[in-house]
Design a protein around this ligand. Structure first.
Ligand code: 4AD
Ligand code: MG
Length: 462
């Protein structure tokens, strides 16, 4: 007998089919004559009802079929008598692989808090909510590869261990094999990195962009999709110390081409979720955020607003709102400002461009005004910044000047600078935070709940 996945059984299998199903028990109810077992195998949010005639089974076996237990059941699919399902499995045989003691299995009741479920992240996959989230996360990862593959972009694997700080913010995790109690030192007392594993200072990457640019300046259009790390002490519902980023980089794209791609890409991903993750989205819409599907449709159909940073400062100054953080040309915008623009003022996603050079990274192309750079941030309702990107400075002297101006070490970027000496070309790119996207798509409110095992300040369990 073939093993069927529950998804297949519920959607397309004819009554009368003989089958084996395997999964985890969600509930077991009934009486002395008959048992109803709701089985979930992860293939879909829906459960398959298994009906077991008590006369056919050992009483002790039926007792072991409790919430959380792993079982296998074989039998014949039948049209369901009860409400709520098209078909049910009339069981002939049941095997219990693993029991789950009702007195200690933590997922007995529904309605656990997200905080509690985070503490049992090894088991939270077994709830409806997290099943839905991680199926959607998979679908989004697949859609990202499909989007770029269909458009001739190459997936480039950039290194995780690097010697450079792409964002220049110094928020890096050190990579070393030194024994902290016995670090080799130079005669003058400084650390002797020549003795370390790589013979130099290294860290976990904050972004694959710089290496991505090297690829784009030969392959044309590339994208990265990998883990990135930030040792910033931000304990917010939008920040992780380890998050995944998608970074396309395109030769011969200017900042407008870059914005067009970012907008098209985001809308594609939202449409993909609406079309391919219907059941899971319906669940999240009902249980987590009643406005979810409508917001997804709205954003997929809206035309994003594009304004300059300077225009945004004007709007915010005239807003008549008492801000927690001051609004002033030259200062970075805070979440409250971003969300005001998106949720109150425009009621649409907003792309902010041409930021002051001093609040952005060294690699961004300087505008003719000498004060602003060709940066662009995409701001989303509920999320704030979901994408950050820019046209890159392709002029050797200017780039070198910016590296020095920002107090970075020119020799750390010699290879990056060389691409501006040999066949330099205009190019652009951006980074989409995968978990920020997931927050938007699922309607969840804490970024710790859209990645399987979150890493945040003072927390790296599992
Ligand atoms: O704006 P960021 O720092 O830009 C870069 O890293 C560029 N090198 C990208 C590029 O141009 N190729 O980060 C890009 C995006 C942000 O818009 C946000 O969505 C996400 O990455 N992000 C984070 N997500 C979760 N936790 C954090 N600590 C994040 N920091 C940035
Ligand atoms: Mg940014």
């Amino acid at each position: 007998m073939r093993r069927f996945k529950v998804k297949e059984v519920l959607s397309e299998t004819a009554p009368g089919t003989e089958m084996v199903v395997k999964g985890w028990v969600r509930t077991h109810r009934g009486n002395r004559n008959i048992s109803f077992i709701a089985l979930n195998d992860g293939s879909t949010i829906a459960n398959l009802q298994i009906v077991a005639d008590a006369a056919k089974f050992d009483e002790n076996l039926l007792k072991k079929i409790t919430t959380g237990a792993a079982i296998s059941a074989s039998g014949t699919l039948a049209e369901s008598q009860g409400k709520g399902q098209r078909v049910e499995l009339q069981a002939e045989e049941i095997t219990v692989y693993g029991e789950a003691d009702p007195n200690s299995y933590p997922l007995q009741k529904k309605g656990h808090s997200m905080e509690f479920l985070r503490e049992i992240a090894h088991l939270r996959f077994r709830t409806n909510t997290f099943g839905a989230i991680f199926r959607i996360r998979h679908a989004m990862a697949y859609a990202i590869h499909k989007y770029y593959n269909d458009r001739g972009f190459y997936y480039l694997h950039t290194p995780i261990v690097t010697g450079s700080d792409c964002e220049g913010a110094g928020e890096m995790f050190r990579v070393t094999t030194f024994n902290p109690d016995n670090i080799p030192r130079n005669p003058n007392g400084t650390v002797n990195y020549k003795m370390d594993f790589f013979g130099r200072e290294t860290n976990l990457t904050v972004s694959g962009q710089l290496e991505g640019e090297l690829g784009a300046l030969a392959l044309g259009e590339i994208y990265t999709f990998g883990p990135t790390f930030r040792a910033e002490n931000s304990n917010t519902p939008r920040h992780l110390a380890e998050f995944w980023m998608i970074e396309p980089e395109m030769a011969f794209y200017d900042d407008n081409d870059n914005m067009d791609l970012a907008e098209d890409f985001l809308k594609y991903l939202i449409r993909y979720a609406l079309e391919n993750c219907e059941e899971d989205l319906e669940f999240l819409n009902n249980m987590i955020d009643k406005g979810l599907r409508e917001r997804l449709r709205d954003v997929a159909e809206s035309e994003f607003v594009r304004i300059t940073y300077t225009e945004a400062i004007e709007i915010l100054t005239k807003a008549g709102v008492k801000w927690e953080f001051p609004v002033e040309w030259g200062r970075d915008l805070q979440a409250e400002h971003e969300r005001y623009l998106v949720e109150k003022h425009f009621k649409k996603p907003v792309i902010l461009r041409d930021y002051p050079k001093d609040i952005k990274a060294f690699y961004m192309k300087l505008n003719d005004d000498g004060k602003t750079v060709r940066a662009m941030d995409v701001l989303f309702p509920q999320i704030g910044e979901i994408i950050g990107g820019s046209q890159r400075e392709e002029i050797y002297e200017r780039l070198k000047g910016r590296i020095n101006e920002m107090g970075l070490q020119e020799q750390d970027f010699w290879w990056y600078l060389e691409t501006r000496r040999f066949g330099t070309a205009p190019h652009s790119g951006f980074g989409l935070g995968f978990e920020r996207l997931m927050l938007f798509i699922t309607g969840m409110s804490n970024i710790r709940d859209v990645i399987p095992f979150p890493r945040t300040p003072k927390s790296a369990e599992f």
